[in-house]
Design a protein around this ligand. Sequence first.
Ligand code: DAT
Length: 179
Amino acid sequence: MDGGGGGNRTRPNILVTGTPGTGKTTTCSLLADATQLRHVNVGDLVKTKNLHDGWDEEFECHIINEELVCDELEDMMEDGGVIVDYHGCDFFPERWFDRVVVLQTDNPILHDRLTSRGYMGPKLTNNIECEIFQVLLEEAMSSYPEDVVVATRSNCIEDISRNVAMLTEWVNDWKPVGS
Ligand code: DAT
C-alpha cells in the first residue's frame, strides 16, 4: 500500500531529525530501549555500507547518496518498528513515517555542544545557521503532513526524558491502520 497511513506495518516508524548536536542519537537510543523499536543511525549506515559519493572537504562529512540509502532501508521500513536518526528528511518517502520529530536546541547550548565535538569554521557556522533558520523544521513541514510533524525542545537532560516519555507513550498507543 502506498500513500501513508501506516501501510501494512504492525509497529510505527519514527523519524527523529534536527541539526547535528540537538540530541537525535541520544534520544533515539533511549527511545529504542524504552519501546524495543530498532534505532537506525543513517550517518553510521552511510559509513559502514559505503552509501556515499565521497567526502566533502569543506564540511568534513560524507556526501550521502540518498538513493542508495533509501534502497537500503526500504524493506526494513515496510516491516515497521524503526526509529530513523538523521539530520535531513526531505529525501525519504513520505509513506515511511507515522511521526516525524524535529529536535530544537537554543543556540548558545548548541554552539557549546558542537565546539566540544570539535566542529569549527564553516562546519560550525553552517550548523548554527541551520538551527537559527529552523531549516530542519521547514524541511519536515514541507515534506510530511502537518499532523505527523512535531517540534520539541532538546536543551537539557529533562527535555530528553520528557521527549522519550512522550514518544514512548505515542508508540504504545499507536494502532495499525484498520485495527
Ligand atoms: P545528534 O545525534 O543530534 O548529533 P547527540 O545525541 O549525539 O546529537 O548529542 C550531542 C551531544 O550533546 C552529546 O554529548 C549529548 C549532548 N546532548 C544532546 N541532547 C542533549 C540534551 N537535551 N541535554 C543535554 N545534553 C544533550
